[in-house]
Ligand binder design. Structure first.
Ligand SMILES: Cc1cc2nc3c(=O)[nH]c(=O)nc-3n(C[C@H](O)[C@H](O)[C@H](O)COP(=O)(O)OP(=O)(O)OC[C@H]3O[C@@H](n4cnc5c(N)ncnc54)[C@H](O)[C@@H]3O)c2cc1C
Length: 397
């Protein structure tokens, strides 16, 4: 069990109060099992956005532990710890996959801001982001899929003075609120003989030219505050530019982007195993005839987590072997979440078929882990592409 909530609340008065990783994980568990567990059903069924829980998590310091500079958390000598960030986000996803996804949205937005080295997005702006005092998101599905040859850019930029104007619509961006912000990419209009060129930038929801529109209902993740975002002559300049050109920047952060997302798969799997164990005293006598039993799944999950923790030591590695390993770990996390959620339903029986059951919710959450960018199909396409042998020029011709 985690620390009692009052203790967490007291400790969380300021950040930087969990210098060691295990204490931080305990603090995150306490938030997940306390305030988050209290709203998870409303989040799933009524679309309630758990903003206060995200702020509470920010207070623990967990939203910034993967950053190079942790001074804002009162941890000046601590190094970036992607493994800790993934473990913590997995604890959140274990209780609520939707909130775990929003933690990832925020974490990865922090990566964009920090790695951009844009001073306007560093300093106190980044410090507030690390502490969860402001909340960030990511609209990168479309560019990630476009770079993989699955989609076309939905946002278009044209040069205007010393900056750009951006137009277009992203169909779904989660974790948005009136004063939230997210990273996005637009393709620059170029003349016929110019090479393709993109820019990456922060969109502030409250800026001129930004309009949010409701999305249709989803089968899960309703509490993620997911919106379609239309940009009309949205201005990009020195203060909100993340990368220009974009491709080298994406090449550098792609592994970190995908690796952080494994937390969702880990957490949903662990939550499913937890629920199987809960029914074991009553139903073990018959559940023993099922496949994917909790001990087997736990052993697989522990093996995968160990592999992910190893990859998390070099989050910005760009070599092909590392990248294939990261993509494969992300795909395995999704596949394991699907199997575990399905098996949990078989273990629980009718009680897991109630709409109010966490087992039922987790089946729908596991589907999201499998289809959100990079989806399993996208991951497999990328792994296949990266695994192609490079032929000598003479042979290739
Ligand atoms: C709940 C939820 C939250 C999301 N949050 C984010 C986020 O925060 N940031 C982000 O960048 N992306 C987000 N996405 C988008 C997600 O990552 C995928 O890009 C998206 O689900 C499309 O992937 P796909 O594999 O279906 O595309 P494909 O199978 O390649 O589909 C092709 C195209 O058809 C479009 N499409 C398919 N069905 C519909 C439909 N019914 N209505 C409109 N268009 C359709 C897809 O957008 C895609 O462009 C979210 C999606 C969902 C469902």
């Amino acid at each position: 069990m985690g620390a009692p909530l009052e203790l967490v609340a007291n400790r969380a008065q300021g950040t930087g109060v969990y210098p060691d990783g295990e204490a931080l994980i305990e603090a995150v568990r306490a938030v997940a099992r306390g305030p988050l567990a209290a709203v998870v059903e409303d989040c799933d069924r009524k679309g309630v956005y758990p903003e206060s829980v995200l702020r509470h998590l920010g207070n623990t310091g967990v939203l910034g532990v993967h950053h190079d500079d942790r001074r804002a958390l009162g941890q000046p000598s601590a190094a970036a710890d992607f493994g800790l960030a993934i473990r913590a986000a997995a604890e959140v996803s274990r209780v609520c996959g939707a909130t775990g996804f929003m933690v990832w949205c925020h974490q990865v937005c922090g990566v964009y801001m920090e790695q951009s080295r844009n001073p306007h997005l560093g300093g106190e702006v980044l410090a507030r982001h690390l502490r969860g005092q402001t909340l960030g998101a990511t609209g990168m599905s479309n560019p990630m899929k476009t770079f993989a040859g699955i989609e076309q850019f939905l946002l278009k930029a044209k040069r205007e003075g010393d900056g750009y104007l951006v137009n277009g619509t992203l169909p779904w961006v989660s974790n948005l609120g009136d004063d939230h912000y997210f990273g996005a990419v637009a393709a620059l209009e170029t003349s016929a003989n110019e090479p393709a060129h993109e820019i990456m930038f922060i969109v502030r929801c409250d800026a001129p030219g930004v309009e949010r529109r409701n999305c249709p209902s989803f089968s899960a993740m309703e509490g993620t505050n997911t919106w379609a975002v239309r940009l009309s002559d949205y201005r990009v300049g020195a203060t909100n530019l993340l990368a220009d050109p974009v491709r080298p920047f994406i090449g550098r952060i792609r592994g970190a982007f995908v690796l952080l997302q494994t937390a969702m798969g880990i957490g949903v799997t662990q939550g499913a195993i937890d629920s199987m164990r809960r029914v074991e005293p009553q139903l073990g006598h018959v559940n023993q005839f099922l496949e994917d039993r909790p001990d087997e799944l736990q052993a697989e999950l522990d093996g995968l987590v160990a592999r992910i923790m190893n990859l998390a030591r070099t989050p910005y590695a760009t070599d092909q072997e590392h990248l294939i390993n990261v993509l494969d770990a992300r795909a395995q996390a999704a596949e394991l979440a699907l199997r575990a959620a399905q098996s949990a339903l078989l273990h629980a029986g009718a009680r897991g078929y109630l709409m109010s059951s966490d087992v039922q919710r987790r089946v729908r959450e596991s589907h999201f882990v499998a289809i959100v960018t990079p989806a399993i199909k996208h991951l497999r396409k990328e792994i296949a592409r990266l695994s192609q042998p490079v032929l000598p020029v003479a042979v290739a011709a």
